[in-house]
Design a binder for this molecule. Sequence first.
Ligand SMILES: O=C(O)CCC(=O)C(=O)O
Length: 300
Amino acid sequence: MTGFTSEGRPIPPQLIGELVDSSAHLGDGEALRISLAEHGYLLLRGVVPLGTALSARQEVLTRLADVGEIDLPGETFSGTSQRNALAPDAGEFLRSLCDGPRLRAATGDQHLGEIVSATFGEPARGHDYIYLRVAIPGRGTATHCDYPFFTRATERVLTCWLCLSDLEFKQGALYVVEGSHRWQQHIDAMRGFDLERANGARQATLSDDIAAFAQAHDTRLLTAKINAGDIMLFGMNLIHGAFDHRAPDMPVRVSCDVRWQPESEPFDPRYMAPGLGGTFGGGYGELNAAKPLTEDWHKR
Ligand SMILES: O=C(O)CCC(=O)C(=O)O
C-alpha cells in the first residue's frame, strides 16, 4: 500500500495502515457495536448486491456521459463538460441524479438498512438528502469529521459510505485517521460545532496536510482496497478523508454517502424531504457534485 497522495502531496508509506474488516460480525448487532466502538468504523464487505451497486453506478455515469463528462464504456473523465449548457440548473441536475431509481435502490437497500438498524440496536432510517461523489483524477476529499454537518438534531448519527466502484488504490480511497474517534481534545472541540451556524467563523476541514497531521498526532491513515457494494459505517467524530485519484487512464471513483440515525431520534429537516435544503440551505446545488467535473471541489 504505497503511492498515496493527498492534495498532490505524497503520503510516507509508514503512515499507511490497513482498515480492519468487520464483515465477520454481520448479523450480530452487539458484535457490530463493540467493533464500531473499538475501531471508530465498520468496514463491511458486499453489503449491497454487486448488481445493484453496478447498476447504480451505470445510471450515474450514463447521465454524466450525456453531458459530455464521462467516456463510456471506459468510465474515464472526458476532460470536458457541457453540463452548464445542457443542464443550466445545477442543483436540479444533481437532485435528479440523486433521485435516480437505481441509485436509490442501492442507498436504500433493505439488507443495508437492516445492518445499520442492527448496529444502532433499533430501527434506523437514512436521511433523504444524499451525497453522491464522482472523483476524477487529481481529486480527493480534505480531512474532516462529519460532526459539524449532521449533529444539530441528535448526535446519534452514522455515516454510511457506499462504494459503487471496484477501486484500485490509484483511483483514490477513503482513509480514516486511526483512533481519532477517541481523541478527547478533538471530541471536546467538536461538541456544539455547527458549521452552518458558525457562519464562516470556523471550517470543518481539519488540515490541508494530512501527512503532517498524522505525524503530529503520532497516528496512521487506514485504508483498504474497497469494492462496489462494500460500506464503511462510522460515527460523527471519526476523522477521515479520501486520497487523490491519481490514474488519468482509469475509471472515475463513484461513491455515495448517506447519514443514518435511529427513527426514534429527532431528524434535522435540512436533510429530509420536503425541505432538502442541505447544510447551508442551497439544496443539492451547494454540493461539489453539482459542479461540472471540470471544476475544482471546494472545501468547507
Ligand atoms: O468519498 C469521499 O471522497 C469522502 C467521503 C466522506 O467524506 C464522507 O462520507 O463523509
